[in-house]
Design a protein around this ligand. Structure first.
Ligand code: PGA
Length: 259
């Protein structure tokens, strides 16, 4: 089985650098105790305030071989005059390799338009970062397929097919994200139906082999079900990725699944 990607989207947690260090040390100890470093790739996307320190922490120990750094966002313009933003070149200098683009919390809670997401995506690609592009519908009812198709077309508008194939596409139904009221996870079977729609739309834009992740209420009780499906290159984990015990259980399952 191909090595799976486990992406930890820490969002606006943890509260302190000391807690971030504890999470990272715990993961490192797990890898040391199991003697396994090569079974999955872990991508940690900390809040910007911790990114430099986390980069340093990931540079040593067992994590140095299996963990890479991701960012949760990227500035939509390459300029040194954009107050509050963090540019692609800054991310690259910090050792960031992946960047989340179009997360639903930015699209829908902060009003980030498809046009802005598209600009961020272009800049991520220009900076040779691997974009983790989030796509998902509000509710699985009515014309939800159309919502997905429109979102995919607008997000990837004008992006060359070869670049679309460099992206990781995270199918994250908004209703499944743990912060949504009454959120519950999708199932692998149903998520595969959505992925089929996304894949067909991307094929229509010329992409040949886009890679997919699942995200939205991935927990220790369902992560291995998604990781076992060949069509998913991995999972995108929010809340549980800063809850040490849960996160360790997910990583342990991923290691055993890959054995
Ligand atoms: P969740 O978040 O795992 O807490 O549902 C996933 C995400 O928002 O990327």
């Amino acid at each position: 089985m191909a090595k799976k990607l486990i992406i930890a989207n820490w969002k606006t947690a943890p509260d302190s650098l000391a807690e971030a260090e504890t999470i990272i040390n715990t993961v490192d100890e797990l890898l040391a105790s199991l003697g396994e470093q090569e079974k999955f790739s872990l991508i940690i996307c900390p809040p910007f305030v911790f990114i430099e320190e986390v980069a340093r922490m990931l540079g040593s120990g067992h994590l140095a071989q299996s963990a890479l750094l991701g960012a949760q966002d990227i500035a939509p313009l390459d300029t040194s005059a954009l107050t509050g933003e963090v540019s692609g070149s800054m991310l690259v200098k910090l050792g960031v390799r992946y960047v989340i683009v179009g997360h639903s919390e930015r699209r829908w809670k902060l009003g980030e338009s498809d046009e802005v997401v598209n600009k961020k995506l272009r800049l991520a690609l220009d900076h040779k970062l691997t974009p983790i592009v989030c796509i998902g519908e509000h509710i699985r009812e009515g014309r939800w397929h159309e919502e997905i198709v429109t979102q995919v077309q607008a997000t990837f508008a004008g992006i060359p097919a070869v670049d679309i194939d460099r992206c990781l596409i995270a199918y994250e139904p908004i209703w499944a994200i743990s912060t949504a009221s009454g959120a519950y996870p999708d199932t692998p079977v149903s998520a595969l139906q959505s992925i089929k729609i996304i894949r067909e739309t991307l094929n229509g834009l010329g992409a040949i082999a886009p890679r997919f992740l699942y995200g939205g209420s991935v927990t220790e009780s369902n992560a291995s079900k998604f990781l076992a499906v060949p069509e998913f290159s991995g999972v995108l984990i929010g809340g549980p990725s800063v809850r040490r015990e849960e996160f360790l259980k997910i990583l342990t399952d991923a290691i055993f699944l890959a054995r």
